[in-house]
Design a protein around this ligand. Structure first.
Ligand code: WT7
Length: 679
């Protein structure tokens, strides 16, 4: 029933496909370049003269482009009849309807069919030098075992399974097992607290949780099972928790491992849910973004191959945790769909020493390394010797993700880590976009790369900049068509990898992404378009901050801070902002106004607030600085002027800007005097 990749000839011969191919033969009569050699998926577009023309075509006729690519890249059990049915103004996004497939078959079975002994996963365990390899055959077996186990315990198609695990093979197998039996997964980053985990389990209405007894990271034991125990106390939906042992022996994954290793894959519709992934927005409540089967997988696979110039046989090392979208798309789904060898990095960049990444590159012969600027900035401070100690000659491409990469870090990454010979690709994207949207490549292999710029939109992506002027509280949108300009970064047309909705809250999905600029998808980021037409991300336009590449809503932290109490509720109000931090990118700075007549020691309360934020959200969200204030600068209508707070914290008193709407100017002076850090 399952066709291995390349066996979709029945569909290629369909009249629909013929129509697409025919309609593009006239695209260009000029010098033909062999597009097929660069992108076999686009072999149908024979008349296209080069990659730039192919990119243009992928935008101007995205439907034909994606149809051709989807047919070529994915194995379908039933071909799709409609390429897309999207209406951005209503937040309606559907791709490849009528098509049926199974994501785990696409990631595993078809490779087992052709190359069962190829290594799928290299688990770079926390203990240096103890890596373990798993072939595609082994990963399929493990996936089937977990799939059967879940099925046997009543997990059905459409159910949602929460996975609270470190980055390890069993976590990957659990994700793929869900995909295999048609359940959605909800991976929660194992650094999240019991409260944060519980909130996500409840919102997702999960009845099953998969975890491990303990995690190990940076030499420390992390009590994941205990956290789950605490979390599920407030989750009435949870009926069962599977606990794997994080030991050296992969077969002891559960007590019930005498299983049939064949697990019949469910036949899924293109638009069935593949997973939920919670991320922060500008309100206190995290949102469960929903990604579906075919479009997501296709987009992850295509970007993985072309942004990083991945070639068969390469070892791909993305050091992200599977709890984030980067882990989903570039540790698991993209590489596995492409039959790649993908690295699961369980440790930290400085354990046991700051040479860890490069030692791993040498040992595992990594060809593409994909990491976060925050780690690069940290390692830069330890000096070149930790890099130079190791042989990095296998490296071909270096990737950066999650936050802006400053020029110093970019240069060091390029010059020291990559010996000046590997392109550095700064990749911009989000949980919402499913995969990379703006990155320097693909393009001609020797196309210019500007340090610190994401630069060029990927195939099928049409970014636009829109004026951010506010008018009567609504965002007004004038399309900015010239270059050398900045504005709100929006996408003018849909692509297969984009999120489909917010779990249980389609209205919030529409309001957040499609109403600010009607007809466009609003990313929440600002961007600059250079004279040459290249994009540079300038940062969030909302109250979302980015701490060490971790996205967090300031409102989420404020919600915790105002709940603080010593003997009685103590906090009247709070404002949390992000400030520029030399390693973390942004740090958390909290302003706290105490209730009148409250007599508490500020140091005690600070300690408690830090503890509470770690406990209710995660350690990385805990404020670096807490400033107690009598009052906060507000507009006459009572809105806290965060812009002013940010300027004060960053010691940019000249840049305070227009203070005419300020209710009481003395509030600003008080805040300046009480500053806790002078950066
Ligand atoms: C936000 C998305 C991208 C996957 C991991 C984070 C920021 C992301 C870049 C970049 C500047 C970036 C944006 C974006 N961001 N990549 N290359 N340059 N900023 O996914 O947690 O959903 O966060 O991260 O602000 O909106 P996420």
């Amino acid at each position: 029933m399952w066709l291995p990749c390349g066996c979709t000839s029945k569909y290629v011969a369909s009249s629909f496909a013929r129509r697409i191919l025919a309609s593009h033969l006239h695209v260009s009569g000029r010098s033909r370049c062999n597009v097929a050699a660069f992108m076999p998926e686009a072999a149908g577009f024979e008349g296209v003269s080069g990659r730039a023309a192919l990119r243009e075509l992928s935008v101007s006729n995205s439907e034909s482009f994606w149809a051709a690519v989807a047919r070529h890249r994915l194995s379908w059990s039933i071909p799709f009849h409609t390429v897309q049915d999207c209406d951005l103004s209503r937040g309606k996004i559907k791709w490849f309807e009528g098509g049926k497939l199974n994501v785990s078959v696409n990631c595993l079975d078809r490779h087992v069919h052709t190359c069962p002994e190829r290594v799928a996963l290299i688990w770079e365990r926390d203990e240096r030098g103890s890596e373990m390899k798993y072939t595609y055959r082994e990963l399929l077996e493990m996936t089937c075992r977990v799939g059967n186990l879940l099925r046997r315990h009543g997990v059905k198609r459409g159910d949602c399974v929460t996975i609270y695990m470190p980055t390890c093979p069993l976590a990957v197998a659990s994700m793929l097992a869900c995909a295999r039996i048609g359940a959605a997964h909800n991976v929660v980053f194992a650094g999240f607290s019991a409260d944060a985990l519980a909130e996500r389990i409840r919102d997702a209405q999960s009845s099953t949780v998969i975890t491990v007894n303990q995690g190990v990271r940076g030499g420390k034991v992390i009590e994941l099972k205990k956290t789950v125990d605490t979390a599920v106390e407030s989750c009435p939906t949870v009926k069962q928790v599977f606990v794997a042992m994080r030991t050296d022996n992969p077969v002891t994954m559960t007590a019930r491992d005498i299983e049939d290793v064949v697990c019949e894959p469910a036949v899924m519709n293109s638009e069935d849910v593949l997973f939920l992934l919670y991320t922060s927005g500008s309100t206190g409540k995290p949102k469960g973004l929903v990604h579906t089967q075919a479009g997501y997988l296709l987009y992850a696979a295509l970007t993985h191959r072309y942004v990083f110039s991945y070639h068969d046989g390469d070892v791909f090392g993305c050091v992200a945790d599977i709890g984030w979208i980067t882990g989903h798309s570039y540790v698991v789904y993209g590489p596995l769909a492409n039959g790649a060898t993908t690295v699961l990095f369980e440790s930290t960049p400085i354990y046991p020493d700051p040479g860890r990444y490069w030692d791993m590159v040498e040992r595992l012969k990594i060809n593409q390394f994909y990491g976060a600027p925050t780690a690069i900035r940290l390692l830069l401070k330890y000096g070149d010797q930790w890099v130079n100690k190791y042989d990095r000659s296998t490296l071909k491409t270096l990737g950066s993700v999650g936050e802006p990469i400053n020029t110093e870090a970019w240069e060091w990454y390029h010059r020291v880590v990559g010996d000046g010979r590997c392109p550095v690709v700064d990749t911009w994207w989000q949980t919402e976009t499913g995969g990379i949207c703006i990155a320097p490549r693909p393009s001609d292999p020797d196309a210019e790369i500007v340090p610190g710029m994401a630069m060029r939109p990927f195939f099928g992506i049409k970014p636009v900049l829109i004026d951010t002027e506010r008018c009567f509280g609504f965002l007004q949108g004038e399309l900015l068509t010239s270059n050398n300009t900045s504005g709100a970064l929006c996408m003018a047309q849909p692509w297969p990898g984009m999120a489909r909705t917010i779990h249980n809250n389609h209205q919030r999905f529409i309001e957040t992404y499609f109403q600010p600029y009607p007809g466009y998808f609003f990313t929440g980021d600002g961007a600059y378009r250079s004279e040459e037409g290249y994009y540079q991300i300038t940062g969030r336009l909302d109250d979302v901050i980015n701490v060490s590449g971790h996205r967090i809503g300031t409102a989420e932290i404020e919600d915790v801070v105002v709940r603080a109490q010593l003997s009685c509720p103590a906090v009247a109000e709070s404002a949390v902002i992000g400030y520029t931090h030399s390693i973390k990118g942004q740090g958390v700075y909290a302003f706290v106004v105490l209730k009148k007549g409250i007599d508490v020691k500020e140091a005690d309360l600070s300690r408690q607030l830090n503890g509470m934020v770690s406990e209710k959200i995660a350690k990385y969200a805990s404020p670096d600085f807490i400033q107690f204030a009598q009052r906060l600068p507000k507009t006459r209508s009572g809105k806290i002027m965060r812009r002013v707070l940010r300027k004060v914290v960053e010691s940019d008193l000249e840049g305070l800007g227009d203070l005419s709407t300020l209710d009481d100017p003395a509030a600003v002076q008080e805040i300046i005097q009480g500053r806790r850090c002078h950066v």
